[in-house]
Design a protein around this ligand. Structure first.
Ligand code: MRU
Length: 351
């Protein structure tokens, strides 16, 4: 564990660049096994995103940015004259890896825009840009941590959903970053949903917090109403995969249910996400493409080899209407009761 990171209760890094390629912590194996795998080609990075070795909206974007560096290295070595033309295929492969998190498309666009500045070998310019995207994400998370934790000043307990921490981002985390900062300011209780069917909460959030010595209590997804009714939680805090221009929020399946339950029980609901998660091209959440994953991720093992006799439907995100969100925290500032005007004001403010 890096000492500096350990001191800030932030020891986990899922993505790191090495001269040979991108090292990715395989999140499918956590918490049982901590295994890093080196990816030397863009196709491999796309597959790592598709298979959820790396997951979480900002982390997907960062991995894709480094995937573009690998693509440029490979294309330029094979055909220095025409690497710009050939790399478009790699951008498409990376873009096709997962559909919902807009950070993926945002990061690919940022990388593509750098092509214009390049003369000669593309890798140095693209690597610098990918590293800048990674570092800016961590910095942004720390700013959101401060802003969000100030709002939580009176909270004794919070509930979070999915994994939004260092594993899901460049480091520190969005919703979990706010929780990290709030713990330093005296937050007492963290409840984490298991987040079926992939169990990001049970496997990843609990593991990540354990690495940093932050105690958390796991609850079954179906326990959410009970915990919110109990009075032990003052805020539900979640991340986002895509936020529409009117403030509707796509996030891990189950977020919408939590927002409805929170409103009923007068518990406040906070969304924490970098500005890169906002998709101003979409008027509202109805336009967000929701990923549906394999039914085998959901079905009990004994049914998986028996196609046809049982069925399952596995949308892995849902859309929470903006009216259920009390506050949106971004690195550029906080929007209370987000709506179209609030999002417009945020986007037009200075970065
Ligand atoms: O399917 P996943 O694990 O990639 O989904 C992750 C989430 O839904 C997170 O809440 C979201 O990406 C925000 S993470 C900072």
């Amino acid at each position: 564990m890096n000492n500096r990171l350990a001191q800030s209760n932030d020891s986990v890094r899922a993505l790191s660049w090495t001269p040979a390629g991108l090292s990715i912590l395989d999140q499918r194996l956590l918490p049982g096994e901590v295994r890093f795998e080196l990816f030397e080609r863009a196709e491999g990075v796309a597959e790592a995103i598709r298979s959820m070795r790396v997951r979480g909206a900002p982390a997907i974007g960062i991995a894709a940015a480094f995937g573009v560096v690998l693509a440029a290295r490979h294309r330029y070595a094979r055909n220095p004259e025409h690497w710009r033309r050939e790399i478009m295929q790699d951008l498409q492969t990376l873009a096709g890896s997962r559909p919902t998190a807009v950070n993926l498309f945002w990061a690919l666009e940022r990388m593509r825009q750098a092509f214009g500045e390049i003369q000669g070998e593309p890798e140095p310019v693209l690597l610098e840009r990918a590293k800048a995207i990674h570092e800016a994400d961590i910095e942004g998370n720390k700013i959101m941590g401060e802003l969000g934790s100030d709002i939580l000043a009176d909270a004794r307990g919070v509930l979070t959903h999915c994994n939004t921490g260092s594993l899901a981002t460049g480091g520190y985390g969005t919703a979990l970053g706010v929780i990290r900062s709030a713990v330093r300011k005296g937050l007492e209780r963290i409840f984490a949903t298991e987040t079926r069917p992939w169990n990001q909460g049970a496997r990843l959030t609990l593991w990540e917090l354990q690495q940093d010595g932050i105690p958390a209590t796991l609850i079954a997804d179906s326990c959410a109403a009970t915990i919110l009714k109990s009075g032990r939680v003052q805020w539900v805090i979640v991340g986002a995969d895509r936020i529409a221009a009117n403030g509707d929020v796509a996030n891990k399946i189950g977020t919408y249910s939590l927002a409805v339950l929170a409103r009923y029980h007068k518990v406040r609901f906070m969304v924490v996400a970098p500005v890169s998660t906002i998709d101003p091209a979409l008027a509202d959440g109805g336009g967000i493409r929701i990923e549906e994953r394999e039914r085998s991720e959901l079905l009990p093992r004994c049914f998986r080899d028996d196609p046809g006799s049982v069925d399952a439907w596995n949308p892995v995100f849902d859309v929470t209407p903006a009216e259920l969100v009390d506050v949106l925290v971004t690195e550029r500032g906080v929007v209370q009761h987000p709506d179209q005007a609030g999002i417009e004001r945020l986007l037009s403010s200075q970065p």
